[in-house]
Write a protein that binds this ligand. Sequence first.
Ligand code: IPE
Ligand code: IPE
Ligand code: MG
Length: 230
Amino acid sequence: MPEYFTTQSSFHVALIMDGNGRWATGRGLPRLAGHRRGADSVRRVIEASPGLGITDLTVYAFSSDNWKRPEAEVRGLMTLLSQYLRREVANCVRNGVRLSAIGRRDRLAPELLALIEDAETRTAPCNRVHVRIALDYSSRDALLHAAETCASNGQWSRSAFSAALPAPDVDLLVRTAGEKRLSDFLLWECAYAEFLFVEKTWPEFTGADLAAAVTEFRSRTRRFGALPAA
Ligand code: IPE
Ligand code: IPE
Ligand code: MG
């Protein structure tokens, strides 16, 4: 059994799924065709995750700043998300995949919200991997919300603050399509994350690419401010 199955009880990988638009326009296709292919990549990485020892996978599907995009693209993305949930929840239940959404819910269409809640309820007992879909997500907003929670409970420890956030600390963050920024994703949770930036666009990203990312992660020495073990 690979070492990483035995040395770590949780392993959180976060993915900034970028480059759908460039994948499509580079092929003379509408941007939405890239988003559609991107949904296939999501399915592939979820399938690959348990075999790589990943216990938590957070995927950035739609940022709170993505509302600035043209209405037709936003609508297309929301439709794809609904289709994805309609198609995939039964597979997730079969494969032990727990699905949750993180981010604001009050701006989502009621039909999409109902699909999310149904997915969360049906996959709640699943425990092979916990997939969090970041949707209308802003890390700065999540931090403000956590601060409000801590204030109302009168608890200000680091652990209380972390517990008020919707995702655990990140071990490995991967961003596709060559951009090297966080774009308001998991700012607190990435305090000691390892970062990997890959050139491939998201629709090109496969389970093998995720495996390669995990191998790269395993080759790094994490120090957390201390000295590496002798
Ligand atoms: C990522 O791909 C998907 C979302 C942000 C919803 P983009 O749509 O950002 O693709 P590029 O960056 O324009 O190529
Ligand atoms: C970040 O990608 C959001 C998602 C992948 C959903 P963007 O494409 O929106 O980020 P910027 O605008 O390039 O920073
Ligand atoms: Mg982008």
